[in-house]
Write a protein that binds this ligand. Structure first.
Ligand code: CA
Length: 245
């Protein structure tokens, strides 16, 4: 794979440390995946004017490594290293972050495919910046409204996971886990009763969903099963991932 000569420089507009989940007037961290310098500059400028912090990357591979910090992803479908729809599918296996697709492909089929692959909305190029802002705000508003507060204690059977204190008890007895084992368990506990893909666990725990650490995950799942002693609570869902509860 040959990476393009330009653009190579990231605009100096990384995420700030202080942030608020954005609604109108509040600062949002936006990941812009766009290889066209002119389009990117215009979007960075207008979002900056409204107080949002934009981190821009040109390649899909970079987006997979930086999406965790974002409140919203703006995704161009024509990227130098992978098809934007493939990237969208990969992102959807690991994150529920809102994604607005930017596409020059204004044919209905591309738009429908984008939405089926998990886009929350789409904007057809050439982009009208006012419309883009309004769509971003609407998508984030919906996403914030859907998100409940993070649980602190998760109980399943006689297993109690304290996500704040990083402790686990089984039948009232404290269980010693390694840090990584606890992180794997925490991802599953936050999604109690739902299947969590292997890629999402690897992304949240190791920071990269698509590197060769699959065996490491298997080892940690085995360790967890052995220490919890409740194999029926931590299930492998073949071809999909794992489920707690
Ligand atoms: Ca492009």
């Amino acid at each position: 794979m040959t990476r393009p000569v330009t653009p190579t420089r990231r605009p100096d507009c990384g995420y700030g440390r202080d942030h608020l989940i954005g609604l109108r007037g509040a600062c949002m961290r936006v990941l812009l995946v766009e290889d066209d310098d002119g389009v990117a500059r215009a979007i960075v400028d207008v979002l900056g004017t409204y107080g949002h912090r934009v981190h821009r990357c040109c390649w899909g591979a970079d987006a997979l490594l930086t999406h965790r910090e974002a409140d919203l992803v703006l995704l161009d479908l024509g990227l130098p290293d992978m098809d934007g729809l493939d990237l969208l599918r990969k992102l959807r296996r690991i994150t529920t972050v809102p994604v607005v697709v930017l596409t020059a492909r204004d044919d209905e089929r591309s738009v429908v495919r984008g939405l089926r692959h998990g886009a929350d909305d789409y904007v057809v190029k050439p982009i009208r910046l006012g419309e883009l802002l309004a769509r971003i705000e609407a998508v984030v508003r919906r996403s914030v409204a859907q998100k409940g507060p993070e649980p602190e204690l998760v109980r399943v059977g006689d297993v109690c996971v304290d996500l704040r204190a990083w402790t686990v008890e089984v039948a009232g007895r404290a269980i010693r886990l390694t840090g990584k084992e606890f992180e794997v368990l925490a991802v599953l506990a936050r999604n109690l009763g739902s299947v969590v893909s292997r890629e999402r666990i690897m992304d949240e725990v190791w920071g990269d969903a698509y590197v060769a650490i699959s065996r490491s995950l298997d080892v940690h799942i085995s360790g967890l099963r052995a220490k919890l002693g409740r194999p029926e609570l931590l299930r492998t869902i073949r071809g999909l991932g794992y489920r707690l509860g």
